[in-house]
Design a protein around this ligand. Sequence first.
Ligand SMILES: C[S@@+](CC[C@H](N)C(=O)[O-])C[C@H]1O[C@@H](n2cnc3c(N)ncnc32)[C@H](O)[C@@H]1O
Length: 336
Amino acid sequence: MIGGVAWTTWREATERALYGERGFFRTNAPSQHFRTSVHASPVFAEAVRCLARDAALTTVIDVGAGGGELLGALHALDPSLELIGVDLAQRPPVLPADASWQHEVPVAAGALLVANEWLDDVPVDVVELTDDGWRLVLVDPATGAERLGPSPADDDADWLATWWPAEDVGARAEIGRSRDEAWAAAVGRLTDGLAVAIDYAHDRASRPPAGSLTGYRDGRQVPPVPDGSCDVTSHVALDACAAAGIGAGATATLLTTQRAALTALGVRRDAPPHELSRTDPAGYLRALSRSGEVAELTDPGGLGGFGWLLQARGLTQVPLDAARPPPRPATGAGGG
Ligand SMILES: C[S@@+](CC[C@H](N)C(=O)[O-])C[C@H]1O[C@@H](n2cnc3c(N)ncnc32)[C@H](O)[C@@H]1O
């Protein structure tokens, strides 16, 4: 306590604010505050079911399952799927009766593990680059005010050197090591199957120079104050998570976008023929609404730009090859 303020690291403050006894996610359903792909359209659940079917997997584990909406939609599509929700929050009342609910990722075989917007809510430390190198940013949990603290620990400094190098004094970064570890633990719990993390993402070529830490409350972006009144989140270094997943035993990896993944899974934005509005007005409206939902899920500037990290265990290939991004052109070859 300095000057009456309990300065703490962002990781500790966020852990308490989101998952402490009265933490944000203990007392709020995610859908009260933001709209994920799961809430945007049942088409997302259809794509998840299609992925499970293509990989011949009959169990779906939803990690960070929140209000259980994805599990509910999957049950409606295919009641034969075995469904397991994992969240620190309590079992939601609307969950299908035969779906199980746990607070930790179980050891599982033959399962599709899906983590939609989970990793961005795994708390991270924040650092700022000074003339003396990286320094941890400390925060006052009551107000969100910040000051600089000590240098990061060696493991975190190594992570920054590998995954988030920066040169400009004043640059900020979120240390994704806690997310790498969370993801590696989840992948490691699958004895065979497929794990998919879907999130706001960046890679080494596209790190935000000022970081991306922010807050959400009531559907709006707000300043991140770790007092339990809002979500505190930041985009995910999914390339680092991919490396951690390989370290945990992944046998095949694909990193792509939601737009490419959904397209490879057969999701199409087909506008209904106008003729249908006369012959089947209700069907026409349903098809029009579905087309709008697909547009939202695949919008490259929105949900379609989300990263999809797919990692298999026991398979030599991720069953979504059509979503593999084209190779980047070799640098220096005929540049303009
Ligand atoms: C942004 S919400 C996403 C909810 C849901 N997947 C969706 O798409 O609507 C993140 C969820 O992850 C959960 N969560 C965070 N860390 C967790 C952990 N270590 N174990 C289980 N659940 C966790 C939170 O409680 C919260 O419900």
